[in-house]
Design a protein around this ligand. Structure first.
Ligand SMILES: [Zn+2]
Length: 311
């Protein structure tokens, strides 16, 4: 029997009236050229949370966190976090960095990667390589749809240290158990299509991985270069454009090794500030791309405006 269905902007059928597909105005992409590469930042969605001081600056007085937020014209009682996978079309490969929340986020307005991909003109089977910067739930959630691989023809790549950590049964009975279980259902079924890499590995020509541990044990950032232009994908090295960048030493709840995460933040953003190269941060405010200027005890986030237009 034919069941009526709606078409969402991605052209994918949805039959769940309780969770209609997002309208095109809710789907946000930021396409730009970097040398010969076509890069598209895709918003998977945003999430608002209460009590920023319980996630950022957890080793500080709550008033210090509130003061910094106020000084930056931000509310002190809530914060909004975005999730921004990045698609890089090199002309030879179509490489997707991280996969968002996937089907598990849709009831809350996230999991919009596929709609963004469609708006950018790509079907999931065009993705040749999926790179996971690390294996937290908001990065691996979109790997599977209804128990099947979302990107049917893709190969996959992540850090060897990261994969070994999250698949180790030693995680059972620790705070990492929940994420370990997600890795078992979302990542491990694709194991045979994975390559596991280390520091300095080339992903495809023009894209090099660097270990940036602290947020997770095998968290990686990626240096992208084409035609003399560069951008760095910093993933979760800094997770709030004010609280993590202006105060890189403040502890963050989601950083597993807090001292190492702070050290890594300084190392990576010192280099980005010194070189004056743009970076894309997975949790920076959409379009999640900007510059870091050294300022005071940390960095000032300078969001992109028209630097990549009419290139
Ligand atoms: Zn994340």
């Amino acid at each position: 029997m034919a069941v009526p269905f709606l078409m969402n902007p991605a052209g994918a059928a949805t039959s769940d009236p309780a969770h209609p597909a997002p309208s095109p105005k809710d789907v946000h992409i930021y396409p730009f050229k970097l040398g010969d590469f076509k890069i598209t930042v895709i918003s998977d969605g945003i999430r608002a949370s209460d009590k920023p001081e319980e996630t950022f600056g957890t080793n500080q007085k709550p008033e210090a966190v509130a003061d910094l937020l106020k000084a930056n014209f931000l509310p002190t009682n809530r914060y909004v976090n975005g999730f921004s996978p990045v698609l890089i079309d090199t002309g030879t490969d179509v490489v997707l960095f991280d996969t968002g929340m996937g089907e598990g986020g849709r009831a809350n307005g996230m999991g919009k990667l596929l709609d963004g991909l469609a708006l950018a003109g790509y079907t999931p089977d065009r993705v040749t390589l999926v790179v996971l910067t690390h294996l937290h739930g908001d990065h691996i959630g979109g790997l599977m749809e209804a128990g099947k691989p979302t990107f049917p023809t893709a190969r996959y790549l992540t850090g060897q240290i990261e994969y070994d950590f999250w698949t180790d049964p030693a995680r059972v009975g620790t705070p990492a158990e929940g994420n370990h279980k997600q890795v078992l259902t979302k990542v491990v079924p694709l194991k045979n299509k994975f390559a596991f890499i280390g520091n300095g590995a080339e992903v495809v020509p023009g894209i090099v991985a660097m270990l940036a541990a602290g947020h997770t044990p095998g968290h990686m950032v990626f240096h992208v270069a084409s035609g003399g232009k560069k951008v760095v994908l910093t993933a979760d090295t800094a997770n709030h454009y004010v609280l993590s960048l202006q105060r890189p030493d403040w502890e963050v709840r989601f950083d597993m090794d807090k001292a190492m995460a702070a050290e890594t933040r300084r190392k990576i953003f010192d280099a980005i500030a010194l070189e004056r190269v743009p970076f894309i941060g997975y949790h920076m405010p959409f379009p999640s791309i900007g510059y870091a200027e050294k300022s005071g005890e940390g960095y000032r986030f300078v969001p992109v405006t028209y630097q990549f237009e009419a290139e």
